[in-house]
Write a protein that binds this ligand. Structure first.
Ligand code: MN
Length: 309
C-alpha cells in the first residue's frame, strides 16, 4: 500500500505522548490511496505514532466496486517493515519483486517482510464488481532484523475462536490459548472480532502490552466510551482484561504489543532510523537501483515524492 500525497510528512515515534496506562480516543483521518480508494488512517496519529511495533493502520471500505476501480496501487518500495493485509470483503491481487503473485481473500492474511528492501503492487481485479473492505497494517522491524532479506508469506487459514455470539480470528500473536502462525519479530497481537448478535465480550490482556481497538463496522462500547467507525481507542499497558459491548453487526480489529522502544522514523513507504536512510532509499528507488522490478502488473511505477525533511 502506498500513499500518493505529494506532500509527505515525517512521522517520528518519539514525537507524541509516551506509552501510558490510560485510555485515549484517537480519530482516523481520511486519505486517498491511489486515485480511487479513500481510506481512514488510524496510525501513525499525531497523538499516538505506534502501538507496540504497529506503526501504520489503514482501514478501507466497505466500497462497492461497480463504479470504482478500488485499489490500484502500482509498484512502490518498502524498507524496514512488514505489511499485514487483512480483508473482510473482496479480493486483492498482490505482486512483488520476489516474483510472488497472490490473490488474497477474506479470512486470509498476506504478510510481506520488506527487510532491506522490496517492491510490490496491489490491485483490485478488473472483473471484481463486489465490495472491498479491509485493513492494512505495518509492523516496524526491530533493528536486529530490519536489514534482513525480504520475504512474502500467505496464510490461507488462521486460528479462529468462537465465544457465544462472537467469532474471532487471530491474525498475529497469542490469544485465549491460540497462537497465530504469522512470522513476526516482536511481541505483538492482532485479533479480528465479529459479532453476529449484540454481545458482551471479555478478553484477557497482557499487562506488558499496549493495545488499540479500531471499529471496522457497527459500534461498540468500552469503559463507558462509545466507539464507532473512525475511532481508534488506545488502551495503555497495565490492564488485565477488556470488557466491551458490541452492536449486532460490530466488526473490530484489536492490535497490541510491547511498547516499541526504538525511535522509528516513517516517511512515505520507508520505516527507518535516520533521515539519511530515508534519503538513501528514495535515491535508490528513483535511480532504479537496489529495488527489483515487480513483474506482471500493468500499473505504472509510483515515483517517490520529493524528500524535504
Ligand atoms: Mn505497499
Amino acid at each position: 500500500m502506498s500513499d500518493l500525497y505529494p506532500q509527505q510528512q515525517l512521522s517520528d515515534s518519539k514525537d507524541c505522548p509516551p506509552p501510558s496506562d490510560n485510555y485515549q480516543i484517537l480519530k482516523t483521518r481520511d486519505a486517498m490511496l491511489g486515485e480511487y480508494l479513500q481510506i481512514r488512517r488510524a496510525l501513525p496519529n499525531r497523538q499516538r505514532r505506534m502501538i507496540g511495533a504497529w506503526c501504520f493502520l489503514d482501514h478501507f471500505g466497505p466500497l462497492p466496486l461497480q463504479n470504482n476501480a478500488g485499489m490500484q496501487v502500482g509498484p512502490h518500495p518498502h524498507i524496514g517493515l512488514q505489511t499485514v493485509t487483512w480483508l473482510i470483503a473482496g479480493k486483492i491481487l498482490h505482486r512483488d519483486s520476489l516474483q510472488n503473485e497472490q490473490i488474497i481473500l477474506p479470512g486470509q492474511l498476506n504478510l510481506m517482510t520488506a527487510g532491506r528492501g522490496i517492491a510490490h503492487a496491489e490491485e483490485s481485479l478488473v472483473d471484481d464488481k463486489g465490495v472491498l473492505h479491509g485493513a492494512q497494517l505495518w509492523l516496524a522491524l526491530p533493528d536486529a532484523v530490519r536489514h534482513s532479506e525480504p520475504a512474502f508469506n500467505h496464510y490461507a487459514q488462521l486460528p479462529m475462536i468462537a465465544q457465544k455470539e462472537v467469532i474471532m480470528t487471530l491474525l498475529a500473536g497469542e490469544m485465549l490459548g491460540e497462537r497465530a502462525p504469522t512470522k513476526v519479530y516482536s511481541p505483538v497481537v492482532a485479533l479480528d472480532i465479529k459479532a453476529n448478535r449484540q454481545a458482551a465480550l471479555e478478553l484477557p490482556l497482557n499487562s506488558q502490552f499496549e493495545y488499540g481497538l479500531l471499529v471496522l463496522q457497527g459500534n461498540a462500547q468500552l469503559a463507558q466510551m462509545p466507539l464507532e467507525v473512525g475511532t481508534l481507542m488506545y488502551v495503555g499497558y497495565g490492564h488485565q482484561g477488556l470488557q466491551m459491548q458490541l452492536s449486532p453487526d460490530a466488526h473490530l480489529l484489536l492490535i497490541g504489543g510491547e511498547p516499541f522502544t526504538e525511535e522509528v522514523l516513517i516517511w512515505w513507504n520507508f520505516v527507518a532510523r535516520s533521515k539519511a536512510e530515508i534519503y538513501e532509499a528514495t535515491k535508490q528507488w528513483q535511480s532504479l537501483q537496489h529495488f527489483k522490478d515487480v513483474p506482471g502488473t500493468r500499473l505504472p511505477r509510483i515515483a517517490a515524492p520529493q524528500v524535504v525533511l
